[in-house]
Design a protein around this ligand. Sequence first.
Ligand SMILES: Cc1cc2nc3c(=O)[nH]c(=O)nc-3n(C[C@H](O)[C@H](O)[C@H](O)COP(=O)(O)OP(=O)(O)OC[C@H]3O[C@@H](n4cnc5c(N)ncnc54)[C@H](O)[C@@H]3O)c2cc1C
Length: 318
Amino acid sequence: MSAVKNVWVFAEKHEALAELCAGGHQIGERVSALLIGTKSDAEELANAAADQVYWLGETDSARMLEDYVLTLVKLVNERRPDVLLVGSSKRARLLAGRLAARLGTAVLADVMEFITSGKQLQCKRMVYGGAAVCTEISGASTVIATVAAGIFSTTAVVAAPQGTIESVAFVEPGQGLKRLERRVKGGVHVNLAAAKRVIAVGRGIANQEDLTMIKELANLIGAELGCTRPLSEGVNWLPRERYIGVSGVMFKPELYIGIGISGQVQHMVGCDQAGTIFVINKDKTAPIFTQADYGVIGDLYKIIPALIEKVKGNKTPQ
Ligand SMILES: Cc1cc2nc3c(=O)[nH]c(=O)nc-3n(C[C@H](O)[C@H](O)[C@H](O)COP(=O)(O)OP(=O)(O)OC[C@H]3O[C@@H](n4cnc5c(N)ncnc54)[C@H](O)[C@@H]3O)c2cc1C
């Protein structure tokens, strides 16, 4: 049994909250979720993931996430959780910083692994662009840490049926930010961290149009499409939410297929926990082969069409 008693979790997005609850159960004895959402969201969490739900009320379009700082400060001061895990979205990170400042403590940012040893919680995060790992321990009575999606395995969830729900009164912020407008982001939203199978492409793809054959293969095997940073932030062929690595998505899919990717550490730290790693690269000295379970040395422009034909053939009824 862990010596860490009470773990609280908070996230801007509900899917992240469920994952943090799963992680909370791996760290401590009792998990409480802080939720902004509907009553039925609160009930769902209490029935499936959290021992306790602090319900901060329905989403209110007039409120920014940071407007909840005083509400959370009051609650933390009253109940004194051992750990507060915050999902690492932009706004939630801002909130974590303001919360820590109010509580006179610090935030451990971008934690990728927690190790409990007695009452101590060691937090590991990458530094120098993924070249080294830093281990830190917070001296605060409530450890506040931000966590990226995909760090915790949701399959290890210990269901906590019949968790309780407690309504928390909103404390008006003294000086708030005022939202002037809210627009829905265009394009298709993808939650790569939740994907079981991912095909990731790198600079081995010579032209944007060639992504069509990769998408075809991904559709055939039910995989999401991911990429390395240069394909997203360099040539803009794929959106930011699809790139994997230290500054992108970190996850643990069942299957990762890397195509035309050299295997630099900044990319691999995002996917090296995958169940099976299968890679294709024409350079037999590419570092990605050292991390792969299966590797094919060869030209992707020959191998991918052949793979597509093979998978299609297997799908055709005899
Ligand atoms: C601070 C910092 C943070 C970073 N964060 C990230 C991050 O989060 N995610 C990330 O991905 N990167 C990140 N990077 C960039 C990272 O260091 C690498 O530059 C990047 O991952 C390389 O992408 P790549 O493998 O697509 O390209 P390359 O390294 O150029 O590799 C392309 C590979 O394709 C192979 N290839 C070429 N043609 C073919 C073909 N026809 N068939 C088969 N194989 C072929 C080549 O042999 C080569 O191995 C970061 C860098 C820094 C400095």
